[in-house]
Ligand binder design. Sequence first.
Ligand code: NAG
Ligand code: NAG
Length: 251
Amino acid sequence: MAPMAPLHILFLSFTFLAALSSAAGDGWLEAHATFYGDMSGGETMQGACGYGNLFDQGYGLATTALSSVLFNGGKTCGACFEIQCFNDTRWCAPGSVTVTATNLCPANWSKPSDNGGWCNPPRNHFDLSMPMFVKITKDYHAGIVPILFRRVTCWKKGGIKFEIKGNPFWMLVLVYNVAGAGDVTAVSVKGSATGWITMSRNWGQNWQTSEKLQGQSLSFSVTASDGRTVWSMDVAPANWQLGQTFEGKQF
Ligand SMILES: *[C@@H]1O[C@H](CO)[C@@H](O)[C@H](O)[C@H]1NC(C)=O
Ligand SMILES: *[C@@H]1O[C@H](CO)[C@@H](O)[C@H](O)[C@H]1NC(C)=O
């Protein structure tokens, strides 16, 4: 048996752990945040999740790009995070923001990870829209601040939206405005004359199938990272066209 550590060392490690867990308790993790674009949010449009006009799609300015570790090949697209500035009395403003992940902050290996290459693996990093960054800081001149972040439930108005794209031989469906966990892990489509067809992720939250479903009404099932599934039956009528968007049920 190992000799017991002197009591004062045990006490010190206990207080150290207690301090750590109170700083980053309740599921909060440490990372850093920067911003991209300007106050208009225009620069945040489109992006690696495959969303389009973020204002029309309900995300607005409350968005963030994620470093590749957090982005996870697009699997985290649509997830919501609460973020607060942390441990920087010069730049931190009180309060927090809740943002949806809509883009990737790519690694840049020509810059060191601690000096400009903020999104390089293995860093957890949030590149916020400028309007979100200035809410958690006193001034955008902060440039980069330490933050605490945690996953939170997404709140969205209305149902899940399905934008049908692609061509007659290949259906691509953008799934957006997803409440709850927010990040979709599986999508299936069913034509009125078919069974359920599993779609595969093309990129971001764009899901694809090569089944030909023209002239059939369409139903969708959407499964999120918390394992819950919602079924939206016959959301698109038989005469649906490429380019149209349909609204289904919500988590
Ligand atoms: C807070 O910031 C100081 C100064 O940058 C740093 O030395 C310290 O480790 C930070 N504390 C935590 C809990 O991150
Ligand atoms: C990476 O950083 C360099 C140096 O600042 C810059 O010139 C280049 O455009 C960056 N590359 C990307 C992909 O952002």
